[in-house]
Every structure is written in structure tokens, then in C-alpha cells.
Design a protein around this ligand. Structure first.
Ligand SMILES: C[S@@+](CC[C@H](N)C(=O)[O-])C[C@H]1O[C@@H](n2cnc3c(N)ncnc32)[C@H](O)[C@@H]1O
Length: 179
């Protein structure tokens, strides 16, 4: 098992947790858009708000495909493009108003916003994700739009529970590299 992250600090935390659980993992300090491994090295690739949010899909999706053997699986979890359409421009909570175009979305730079400045994130319209997968020989095995349960309250990562009960705040793609 191999894990990659650009942050030494995050890798140190991951190493500590892996030791607690007795997991044997090789740690790479680097950019998930260019992974120093030969073609077809992996059976499975997973991203949970790592490359899936912080890397450019037009770079990291072809890189993940290169790293997988034919028939290998790629699964990732990230924000829904519906959510990115409703994030206010100042960095505050997601609201019920559309604040930017859905079509053509790609890069979001949160570094200059008033509330809780962040980094540069990426997302695409669903049809653009499909085109990208098709272009790189990935079949869609499953696609999930996550809905908050009725019991959810409060706000998590700037998404109010009421919002996430009505609209998909997160999505999961399960993909397979064509044999
Ligand atoms: C929200 S965390 C989630 C990480 C992991 N899935 C977890 O559950 O701990 C996002 C991670 O992506 C890393 N990251 C951001 N850009 C990256 C890149 N270009 N290549 C590799 N990792 C990156 C960050 O350093 C951070 O550790």
C-alpha cells in the first residue's frame, strides 16, 4: 500500500496513526498529479478529499489511469458540483441561491475570500466528469450523491444540515479502467 501527500505534517500524522493500527504503508511526499511509480503499478486507487478536491482533474485523472492496471478500480469522494454552485463568493456557508454558473466550473481559488480563506479547489459539471472518464478509458461502476439524514443538525464544513438534506453536498465515483 502506497500513500501520497504534499504536506510533510499530514504525512507525519498519517504515519503515527498507521503505527497505532499496525498498517504497513509506503509514504510518498509529493504531488498526486505526478506519482513516481511505473504504469500499471496498482489494483486500486482511492482519494477522499485529497487529489479529488485539490488536484486538477485534467491532470490527476489521467495520472490515476496510468497508475492502474487494466481492470483496476478508482474510487473518490469529493464535493458535489451542485454545492460549488451555491457557495457564496465570500467563503460563507452554502445558501439556497445559485451564485456562479454550473456549466464550465473548474478551478475555485478561496485564498482571497473574507471568511476562512483556503486554497485552490477543483470541480466539474457532472457531464464534464463523464467526458473526462470516457476520454481516459474509465467505466462508471457506480455514482452516489450523498444526502444528509433527517437527524442531521448544525453545519459541517460550511454546509448547513438543511442544505445537505435537500441537495447533494458530496459525491462518490466508483470507476474501473477498461481491461
Ligand atoms: C482533507 S485532507 C484528506 C486526506 C485524507 N483523505 C484523510 O482522510 O486524511 C486533504 C489532503 O490532500 C493533501 N493534498 C493537497 N493537494 C495535494 C496534491 N497536489 N497532492 C497530494 N496531496 C495533496 C493535503 O495536504 C491534505 O493532507
Amino acid at each position: 500500500m502506497v500513500a501520497i501527500d504534499v504536506s510533510e505534517g499530514q504525512l507525519a500524522t498519517a504515519r503515527r496513526l498507521a503505527d497505532i493500527h499496525g498498517s504497513r504503508i509506503e509514504w510518498l511526499h509529493g504531488n498526486a498529479e505526478t506519482v513516481p511509480y511505473p504504469d500499471g503499478s496498482f489494483d486500486v486507487a482511492v482519494s477522499e478529499y485529497g487529489a479529488a478536491l485539490w488536484c486538477d482533474p485534467y491532470a490527476w485523472i489521467p495520472e490515476a489511469v496510468r497508475l492502474l492496471r487494466p481492470g483496476g478500480r478508482l474510487s473518490f469522494l469529493t464535493n458535489s458540483p451542485m454545492l460549488t454552485t451555491c457557495y457564496p463568493l465570500d467563503g460563507s456557508e452554502a445558501g439556497f441561491t445559485l451564485v456562479r454558473p454550473y456549466f464550465g466550473q473548474h478551478m475555485f481559488d478561496w485564498s482571497g475570500v473574507e471568511i476562512d480563506p483556503g486554497g485552490v479547489e477543483f470541480n466539474l459539471a457532472i457531464s464534464d466528469w463523464f467526458s473526462l472518464f470516457h476520454q481516459h478509458g474509465l467505466e462508471v461502476v457506480d455514482f452516489l450523491e450523498l444526502q444528509a439524514p433527517e437527524s442531521a443538525t448544525g453545519t459541517q464544513f460550511v454546509v448547513p444540515a438543511d442544505w445537505a438534506k435537500r441537495y447533494p453536498s458530496e459525491m462518490v465515483w466508483k470507476l474501473r479502467k477498461k481491461p
